[in-house]
Design a protein around this ligand. Structure first.
Ligand code: SF4
Length: 366
């Protein structure tokens, strides 16, 4: 999707960050707005509000917390992640994207009050508590770097401290700015991976699998730790074989000892997302599997089906990387035990497991 309109919160018209963004989007029409409701009303009135929300870039302030703990769920094993809220929504268009139903309405927002973000981040980094912090929870981490330099600032800032690691999660390959960044191994570059079939049918506007793996290989050669997220794993005929092939592809390019972690999570969705997918992606078949409601209210594949696919992917990863740190997103300890032979609670918790791995990889004090 391309940006057709930039709406600017009246309070930030003369802000240097606004001027920079506007200069990098010369073809977008600009409008000054006094209230966010003007933007929301226009999006809600569109025939496809989700698509319209991807064409409008709203430059405004984040009036909530920039650094916040990931809410996770009480019912499933959580990883103790922290979110750095740089902006919201995404220019790409995946059928299964939860953000379509999460924001009301969904709109591409970039937070101009970067000074507040910087202050809050520095305060968090000074607290002396180790954190894994990511920007890819409410958006794709790298899309903003087309128009801003905030990601570069983040990589340099994390490179200059010893109390946290940054994870940038993406489906793009816009990595050039990382070449010169002073990362000091404190930024984990992470890609979501899927089979070429799913990327073609469900992930509109994203980079191909081959391009993602090439980008990961390049970052690894620049000294960045890397990570991979097989999420969502989608079940379809022959999916086991195709996911195994993705894993083999991955390890043909990436040395196992440069990988911080690999996560696995199966496709799950809030009931409200189903109608949206059916309407916006009529060709998509992903909502027609054997689903059951999970403890978090989301629909998920019937357990034996999830287990079978997880076991296939884990077996293939273990073949190439017996010691890789693998974790499950939103699964219970029974799944962990059946697939990995461990229970996070017996290892001190998933958060501790991931902290240990990344500290070891990044040369941080245990
Ligand atoms: S890349 Fe991520 S954030 Fe963007 S549309 Fe796809 S799932 Fe949503």
């Amino acid at each position: 999707m391309s940006i057709r309109n930039i709406y600017i919160d009246r309070g930030f018209v003369d802000h240097p960050e606004t001027e920079k963004l506007i200069s990098r989007l010369p073809d977008a029409q600009q409008r000054i707005v006094s209230d966010a409701s003007e933007v929301y009303a226009e999006i809600e009135a569109a025939e496809d509000p989700v698509a319209r929300g991807k064409e409008i870039l709203f430059l405004t302030a984040n009036r909530g917390a920039f650094v916040r703990p990931c809410p996770g769920t009480r019912e499933y094993t959580c990883c103790g992640y922290w979110i750095l809220h740089v902006g919201s929504f995404c220019t790409m268009d995946c059928s299964y994207c939860i953000l379509q139903a999460y924001f009301h309405p969904p709109v591409l927002q970039y937070f101009i009050n970067g000074q507040d973000l910087k202050r809050e981040l520095h305060r968090a980094l000074a607290e002396g508590v180790f954190r894994r912090i990511g920007t890819g929870e409410f958006t794709d981490s790298l899309i903003w770097e087309l128009w801003t330099d905030r990601c570069r600032w983040l990589v340099d800032t994390f490179g200059a401290q010893h109390k946290a690691v940054l994870e940038l999660k993406t489906k793009t390959v816009g990595i050039e700015f990382l070449r010169e960044a002073d990362h000091q191994g404190k930024t984990v570059m992470a890609w979501s991976l899927n089979t070429p079939r799913i990327i073609r049918s469900e992930e509109r506007g994203t980079a191909s699998l081959a391009a993602r793996l090439r980008a990961a290989e390049q970052c690894q050669k620049w000294g960045y730790p890397v990570a991979f997220h097989f999420d969502p794993l989608v079940i379809y005929p022959d999916c086991d074989a195709e996911y195994r092939e993705v894993v083999r592809n991955l390890f043909s390019r990436i040395p196992p000892d440069s990988i911080a972690w690999i996560s696995l999570g199966s496709f799950r969705f809030m009931p409200a997302l189903k109608a949206l997918i059916q309407k916006r992606f009529p060709e998509s078949k992903i909502v027609y599997g054997e689903f059951v409601p999970g403890l978090d209210g989301k629909m998920r594949y019937f357990r034996p089906l999830r287990l079978k696919l997880y076991q296939a992917v884990v077996e293939e990863i273990r073949r190439a990387a017996p010691d890789a740190t693998i974790y499950f997103c939103m699964e219970d300890e029974g799944i962990w035990n059946r697939c990995l032979g461990i229970r996070p609670s017996q290892e001190g918790g998933l958060d501790r497991m991931l902290d240990r791995r990344v500290k070891d990889l990044c040369g941080l004090d245990p």
